[in-house]
Design a protein around this ligand. Structure first.
Ligand code: FCB
Length: 453
């Protein structure tokens, strides 16, 4: 079998999406608490006030994770739960929640993989300029110190930022996500730069303070281009497309990953943003570019491309499977071959797929089961491609399903169900979907089941 013997089989979620308890035990407000109060921002008026109620049901959830056999659960910490104003006084009750959660996971044989920031930014700091404020990287580092002090005797796996591409673009450019801003490029680039500095400083904080040897990465979107055929020209076209910034958008790999891993912004982006680039002080890149232990990538679908006759690149519409998920996302399993392969070639770090999965039309059938064959097939096809990448020499250390349980899907609220575990939002009751039982078999066979059946 080609999945390495200590392969990390996991599932992921994030604080605002599953916890609820939005106003409990001294938690401060996050920008998402505020966003959800604005009419029309979230489908059907959904909020994270209660959500999957993980804040109260975390013990049961940790037990279910153990039952599925997860080796890892990727969680995030709510910064304003731990430090209500973002800086200053620590809310011991909030911090204690993560302390108990980590213990509950470990008791069930599940390694906690902790993300520092999965978008629920402290509202108080937003009012001081948020990511635009030059002090924001230091605020973040201070928060990271509190978490490392408390949890690093038991937590080894850390991720700094989740999908900076999305919180910059959707949060600060289109306003679809919190904090709902529509900034110009200089401000967007400043916010992005400060978030990169926060990443670098956090890596330093972890390395300096961790009590057990840390394994550190980030979890950006793995924006993936898939060659239409296996011809050398198409592969070259896809590689080029995956690592270029053809237009002024933040949904790309290099603007974030090149600074983190290679210590510089990509030339094509610098040219494109031109005079809108903020001044970057000497030394910032040194802070941003810290040694990392893995390259986390959230990959759901990709863009299929081919070489055009004139030496250019042509985008191919369509997908490997001619159906859309309920997110209207195309299904392109080959992303889990080409994404890891191209990222590994460029950045040289072992890959962890920190998110992959699909939203489906799930409900509890009259016999009490949640049948989600589409999700099983989606994951199976993606794992086969991932295995093919491993066979071809790509170092892949782990794979995490998004998500362990149904949860609040940002602007789409409760319209989308991504979970392996079904959540009844009226009662909080959990039901393992067919995919959870299937994934249990995959884990128990170290991937064999997904490849051979
Ligand atoms: C990713 C996010 C995650 C979830 C999935 C569906 O962009 O990181 O929180 O919403 O998409």
């Amino acid at each position: 079998m080609s999945f390495p013997k200590d392969f990390i089989w996991g599932a992921a979620a994030s604080s605002y999406q599953v916890e609820g308890g939005a106003y409990e035990d001294g938690k401060g407000l996050s920008v998402w608490d505020i966003m959800c109060r604005q009419p029309g921002k979230v489908w059907d008026g959904g909020t994270g006030d209660v959500s999957s109620d993980h804040y109260h049901r975390y013990r049961e959830d940790a037990r279910l994770m153990g039952e599925i056999g997860l080796k890892a659960y990727r969680l995030s910490i709510s910064w304003p739960r731990v430090i209500p104003e973002g800086v200053g006084t620590v809310n011991e009750k909030g911090l204690a929640f993560y302390d108990r959660l980590v213990d509950a996971l470990l008791e069930n044989g599940v390694q906690p993989w902790v993300t520092f920031f999965h978008w629920d930014y402290p509202y108080s700091l937003y009012r001081r300029g948020g990511w635009l404020n030059g002090d924001s990287p230091e605020w973040f580092a201070e928060y990271a110190r509190v978490i490392v002090d408390k949890l690093s005797d038991r937590v080894s796996y850390w991720m700094t930022l989740n999908e900076p591409q999305v919180f910059i673009e959707s949060g600060h450019q289109t306003g679809r996500h919190a904090p709902g801003l529509r900034l110009g490029y200089t401000d967007l680039l400043t916010a992005a730069h400060n978030s990169l500095l926060a990443h670098g400083k956090t890596v330093q904080v972890i390395r300096a303070g961790a009590r057990v040897k840390p394994v550190i990465g980030a979890a950006p979107v793995g924006v993936t281009s898939v060659p239409a055929t296996d011809s050398q020209q198409d592969i070259e076209a896809a590689r080029k497309h995956m690592f270029s910034i053809p237009e002024k958008v933040f949904m790309n790999n290099t603007w974030f990953a090149d600074p983190m891993v290679l210590g510089k912004y990509p030339e094509d982006g610098i040219k494109l943003f031109g005079s809108e680039m903020p001044d970057i002080p000497d030394g910032d890149m040194k802070t941003i570019c810290q040694p990392l232990d893995f390259y986390g990538a959230n990959i759901y679908y990709g863009q299929i491309v081919r070489a055009a006759g004139d030496g250019g690149i042509e985008l191919v519409t369509g997908a490997d499977i001619p159906a859309l998920t309920t997110m209207d996302w195309r299904i392109t399993p080959r992303v889990l071959y080409w994404g890891p392969r191209f990222l590994y070639e460029r950045y040289g770090l072992p890959i962890v797929i920190t998110e992959n999965g699909m939203a489906n039309i799930d409900w509890i059938h009259s016999d009490g089961k949640v049948r989600d064959p589409q999700r099983i097939d989606y994951i199976r096809r993606h794992l086969r491609e991932l295995e093919r990448a491993i066979n071809d020499g790509v170092a892949v250390n782990g794979y995490m399903v998004w998500s362990i349980m149904d949860n609040f899907e940002w602007a789409q609220g409760y319209k989308q169900r991504f979970g392996l575990i079904y959540v009844d939002y009226d009662t909080g009751e959990r039901t393992l979907k067919d995919s959870a039982y299937w994934y249990k078999g995959v884990i128990a066979s170290n991937g064999e089941k997904a490849i051979s059946e």
